[in-house]
Design a protein around this ligand. Structure first.
Ligand code: TMP
Ligand code: ASP
Length: 250
């Protein structure tokens, strides 16, 4: 790797973004660090970065094959991917198929309630403000995105939900909810950015009814259940069995 490829542009809680010699491309390094509750809780898990990178690659390629534009360009190393440089829209786009997590902490909706059509929740991405939930009215006052962009974001997120849910269900995995980030690339197109991994999705195993054993995502860390890397490995093994190897970026 050339030395100019190692210039750090940004370091997040679970990833580092490096500049490359091409202004339209960045390298994304997936770290082993895990955080929860706005980084109040922190740890490190050997193998997590590699697994999230491989799982994200498979899922980004799946989305692309179904016509969803993403920032993904290919795998560079086991925990390193090449991606388009994008201006990330500071919104966390969350879709919920089954109620759990913050929805059940903040409302009387019972955990496990199926939600159809899926609930779209938008959060303003700002650590200092602890990523507050936005109402549509607040989003309008914020003047962050046009009505047209909002519709594009919602349509894309719902399409992603259908594709991922169908795909995961083929290997007995339930997509409970997930968070997407979207950005605008240097061609001005809206693309799915960031990552799609068990750090950013809730995924339950249909093969067990046990309420803890079925959790295969970062809730294992949030809830101190242990076995986080084994759970991510289980997801990876199941989905790689029904996918081709992610492309190597050259
Ligand atoms: P929540 O129930 O805690 O609001 O989380 C909803 C989904 O969003 C869940 O799949 C986990 C994901 N998520 C993130 O990716 N990053 C975050 O900072 C939070 C709070 C949730
Ligand atoms: N990633 C988030 C953080 O540590 C929270 C979470 O995923 O629960 O801020």
């Amino acid at each position: 790797m050339q030395s100019d490829q190692k210039l750090l542009l940004y370091e997040g809680k679970a990833k580092r973004i490096f500049k490359t010699d091409d202004p339209d491309r960045v390298l994304v390094e997936y770290k082993n660090d895990a955080t929860a509750f706005n980084a109040l809780k922190k740890s490190e898990f050997e193998g997590k970065g590699r697994l999230n990178c491989q799982i994200s690659s498979i899922l980004f390629e799946l989305l692309e094959s179904e016509g969803v534009p993403t920032h993904y360009l290919g795998i560079v190393d086991e925990n390193l991917m090449m991606a388009q440089k994008v201006d990330v829209i500071p919104l966390e786009v969350v879709l919920r198929n089954i109620a759990t997590g913050s929805l059940c902490r903040e409302t009387p909706i019972l955990s496990g309630t199926e939600i159809s059509p899926a609930l779209l929740d938008l959060y303003y991405k700002d650590d200092a403000l602890q990523d507050p939930l936005l109402t549509n009215a607040r989003l309008e006052v914020l003047n962050l995105i046009s009505k047209e962009r909002y519709n594009q974001i919602e349509n894309l997120a719902r399409k992603v939900n259908k594709i991922l849910s169908n795909f995961l269900s083929k290997v007995d995995l339930i997509l409970v909810d997930f968070k997407l980030e979207m950005g605008v690339n240097t061609n001005g197109n809206l693309v799915v950015a960031d990552e799609i991994s068990p750090d950013t999705c809730r995924i339950w195993d249909k093969r067990t009814k046990d309420l803890n054993d079925r959790i295969l995502d970062k809730d294992r860390f949030r809830k101190d259940l242990g076995g986080i890397v084994q759970a991510y490995e289980e997801i990876f093994n199941r989905i790689k069995g029904i996918s081709s190897n992610p492309r190597i970026y050259k």
